[in-house]
Write a protein that binds this ligand. Sequence first.
Ligand code: ZN
Length: 103
Amino acid sequence: MTGWRWRQSWRPAGTREETALYIDAACEAIDRALDDRTDRTITRWLTPVCPECGRMPVETEAGTHVTYGDFVVVGCEGYWVISPAAVGIERPRWDDWRSAPAR
Ligand SMILES: [Zn+2]
């Protein structure tokens, strides 16, 4: 349960509709980042490891994580891994896991 308390501050996840829009925008942003390596807009949020469970999603777990290519887009508990602002989604509040305390 280490880390549970600060992970709660990442909530709430978006509604189903918001999350769908976010996933579309994040996947497009990942495509742009892979096409143009000089585009560093979202680079710092690209990770193959889920920030919520600290593990690399495996295919047998499909449905718990949303991944795109090698990268986690939505964590297993619904957290948006890539900054929504960086992919053009307005959001009232989003806590950056990159600045969360280390576990
Ligand atoms: Zn996870």
